[in-house]
Design a protein around this ligand. Structure first.
Ligand SMILES: [Cu+2]
Length: 145
């Protein structure tokens, strides 16, 4: 009886370890949905918009019908940092921000993924195709320790 329950216990532990290693990369999964067509209102939503520090997968979906989008993740120096704009180009000045990576050229209806490790702080998630940031394609992500 004792040896049987030991076997059961070790099986249980092995199963537990397998589960842990599968989930090892994705402590957080953030769903990002991008919407909007050229000349109209555009949007970018994060679900959830607050996560704990750690390995994170951004799973991006471009829900637009005819418009290409992209997703860039930058870490801000503070929650109220002013976002630098290249006014005449209608884009965010990425050279003045610390990028953690991006998903480029996301066709209408397409999905993309960005894997990164997030430290505590405030992040800006946005689309930097001309005019899209100004049209509403941005949201802030809060990462807690
Ligand atoms: Cu866009």
């Amino acid at each position: 009886m004792i040896s049987l329950s030991r076997t059961a216990l070790s099986l249980f532990t092995a199963a537990g370890c397998a589960l842990l290693s599968t989930a090892a990369f994705a402590e957080n999964t953030i769903k990002v949905v991008e919407t909007g067509e050229g000349g109209g209102t555009m949007g970018l939503s994060l679900e959830p918009a607050t996560v704990k520090a750690g390995a994170t997968v951004f799973s991006v979906h471009n829900a637009a019908v005819g418009e290409e989008h992209e997703m860039i993740v930058v870490r801000l120096k503070s929650a109220d940092q002013k976002i630098p704009l290249e006014v005449t180009k209608h884009r965010v000045d990425e050279s003045k921000l610390k990028s953690l990576g991006e998903v480029e050229d996301l066709k209408p209806g397409a999905d993309g993924q960005l894997k990164t490790r997030l430290k505590a702080g405030t992040y800006l998630v946005f689309c930097n195709i001309k005019g899209h940031y100004e049209a509403g394609m941005q949201d802030k992500l809060t990462v807690t320790p």
